[in-house]
Design a protein around this ligand. Structure first.
Ligand code: 13P
Ligand code: SF4
Length: 352
């Protein structure tokens, strides 16, 4: 059952990619390295951020990863400041897990359409209407929505957590991504009601055009993030989190891969699969709106200039109301404990 939309469709900013001269880039890299050292800070970045941010993160002992692993790394690292390059829910998750640490972000306006499309008050009303259901929310939500949940999951853990709850006889209320929710529901056959939210990047991948692209490259395997529509997921050889897709690109014994996720992932995917040809899945075509054209406008807000500015000034500190943070911590810790016990990764899931 899908919740009827009673909340606004998020306003999507244009995707603006940072352009730097070689001299400016080198100067920023040197400055950021010094600031990180001086401030006992470490960078944590998502795979969709600017390749220069990912490169610097690697070069300074930070960690580039998916949303689950970003949370885990920030929690385990001893640095007193975390510079989180990603979108706001990632910074908030870091702060909830580490209230004693200073958490900075390059840009606090870096949102996520799933988070924006799930306002806490409307979500609380949805939960109140289904008091018999276990509330499972995707990590791409605000601290207040997490605080109202029983479980937080990420794309790398959703299937296993929901299967676990199903086996305990629990009925699920799922939010906010309707595509990931429908995918999990189909795979687990759990009793689920779904919030009507979507990722504006993955929603744009086009099934019909993907079929045509596959005909042009019959030797390619197709990698799909499960935030994509069902017609796209149905054509996947591998469905999985960003980390799982990178591992699949490395491990599959083919030379060509069609990739249905944000193109920011190509930086790490190409490193993991050198020599292989990576082809973007189509976002243009029948019924296309192309608001993001395969690159998240909010992830693109993370460039070297803003990383430096944030460290220089101490601005853009992520703050979470302590009481909300305390309530949001339990479902996040449940996820970390669960994934540590299961070592969860969705991998090769389309034939699972
Ligand atoms: P991952 O957890 O797979 O990195 O996904 C996070 C995200 O925002 C994808 O759009
Ligand atoms: Fe949110 Fe989609 Fe951007 Fe990920 S890619 S942060 S799900 S809008």
């Amino acid at each position: 059952m899908l919740q009827l939309r009673s909340h606004p469709i998020p306003v999507v900013p244009p995707t603006v990619v940072e352009i730097l001269s070689d001299d400016e880039r080198d100067a920023l890299r040197a400055e950021i390295k010094g600031l990180l050292r001086a401030q006992d800070a470490v960078m944590v970045a998502h795979y969709y951020t600017d390749p220069e941010v990912q490169r610097l993160c690697d070069d300074t002992g930070g960690h580039v990863s998916d949303s689950l692993d970003m949370a885990r790394f920030g929690h385990e690292h001893p640095a007193s400041t975390l510079l989180v390059a990603g979108v706001r829910f990632m910074g908030e998750t870091a702060k909830i897990l580490n209230p004693e640490k200073r958490v900075l972000m390059p840009d606090l306006e870096a949102e996520c359409s799933l988070d924006l499309g799930c306002p806490p008050a409307a979500f609380a009303a949805f939960c109140d209407a289904h008091p018999d259901r276990t509330v499972v929310v995707y990590a791409n939500t605000s601290a207040a929505v997490k605080a109202r949940s029983d479980w937080v999951v990420t794309s790398s853990s959703a299937l296993e957590v929901v299967a676990f709850l199903r086996d305990r006889g629990e009925k699920i209320l799922w939010a906010p991504d309707k595509y990931l929710g429908a995918y999990v529901q189909e795979k687990t056959e759990a009793d689920m009601v779904l919030w009507d939210g979507a990722c504006i990047v993955h929603e744009e991948f086009k099934a019909r055009e993907l079929e045509a692209l596959r005909r042009t490259h019959p030797d390619a395997k197709v990698l799909v993030h499960p935030e994509s529509p069902a017609g796209v997921v149905a054509q996947a050889d591998v469905v999985g989190s960003t980390t799982a897709l990178i591992k699949a690109a490395r491990d599959l014994p083919v030379e060509k891969l069609i990739v249905a996720t944000d193109r920011g992932i190509f930086y790490k995917m190409q490193q993991a699969a050198p020599g292989k040809t990576l082809i973007e899945a189509p976002t243009a075509g029948h019924g296309a709106t192309c608001r993001s054209c395969g690159h998240c406008p909010w992830m693109a807000m993370n460039g070297l200039r803003k990383v430096a500015a944030s460290l220089r000034s101490g601005a853009n500190e992520v703050l979470v109301d302590p009481e909300i943070g305390r309530r949001a911590l339990r479902p996040i810790e449940r996820l970390l404990d669960f994934s540590a016990s299961r070592r969860t990764v969705i991998y090769g899931a389309n034939d699972a």
